[in-house]
Design a protein around this ligand. Sequence first.
Ligand SMILES: O=P(O)(O)OC[C@H]1O[C@](O)(COP(=O)(O)O)[C@@H](O)[C@@H]1O
Ligand SMILES: [Mg+2]
Ligand SMILES: [Mg+2]
Length: 340
Amino acid sequence: MTTLNDYFQSYLTATSSDSSSEKSAVIDVINTITTVGKEITELLRKGALADIHGEAGAENVQGEQQKKLDVIANDLLLDALTANKHCAGVASEELDDATPANESGELLVLFDPLDGSSNIDINMPTGTIFSILPHNNKGQAVTNADFLQKGTEQLAAGYLLYGSSAMLAFTFSDALDSNNDGVILFSLNPTTGEFELVKKNISIDADTKEYAINASNARHWLPPMQQYINELLAGTTGPRGKNFNTRWVAAMVGDVHRILCRGGIFIYPKDTKDPSKAGKLRLMYEANPMSLLIERAGGASTDAINRIMDYEPTDIHQRVPVVLGAKNEVEQVQKLHQQA
Ligand SMILES: O=P(O)(O)OC[C@H]1O[C@](O)(COP(=O)(O)O)[C@@H](O)[C@@H]1O
Ligand SMILES: [Mg+2]
Ligand SMILES: [Mg+2]
């Protein structure tokens, strides 16, 4: 049995001295996030018996009604991370602007404190998604502009999944992954309170028969996306020549976790419902961190045409269409969009 602490110790031992301080800073930040993840797990276990269900009575910067647990999870992460000496500042899906932390900190942390908010009150899977970037203006108080870095600049990213068990998945950037472990999965042992290693080097098959999309929006999708899904629905009678199955957790963290476990494609496409929104999901708190995990596991992540991690962000709350998972399916979506 390898605990998260054991794993981090061996990771640091395998690390050359030139990058060891950056690596130990990243590890320290992940440890802070996982400590908060355990607190959120406890709250969710109490469920209706804790005061975590229902609306908080406020709207966030995204124009969405906040749930009580959105606010609680956000505050827990904010408090813990701003107290971490390596953290120069945080940006959260729930907060209008970046929050400065420690001026000597070398890292920026971005998070979706509670992903899948509509699942909270019905005891279904939720999660916390995080992304860690370098603070390139070290010594200066952070501004929103410091966070506007491409997904390819991420030093590490991951999520906590609060499902029937609590799990942690993360990956370092290629440059920081001295053990070549790729995407790593841990499970929280409820008896010891420790995360224990389940799997390293998670790999996503290039092909799949399983897709995730909220089909209630079908009439608003662009024609190539409608064509793609219609071809999947036609099964053995259509051009794809095989039957596909649908799964939709309504929490991206759950859908991405399923893809890491058994493959598939996840889509939250561009639609014409609200022309002011390019997509539903947030580039900095959802799309970029999940893209790093998916690509490091051998999958692909695009907006239907372009790679997500190549986006030059213009706003910390920017939204993007997302098509990620099994490489050959993502390519098929790209092909249909390029032909249109
Ligand atoms: O309710 P819909 O439209 O199916 O959207 C579900 C999607 O919205 C999200 O819940 C957005 O996340 P938040 O709960 O953090 O706002 C994704 O996790 C999920 O994939
Ligand atoms: Mg979310
Ligand atoms: Mg959220």
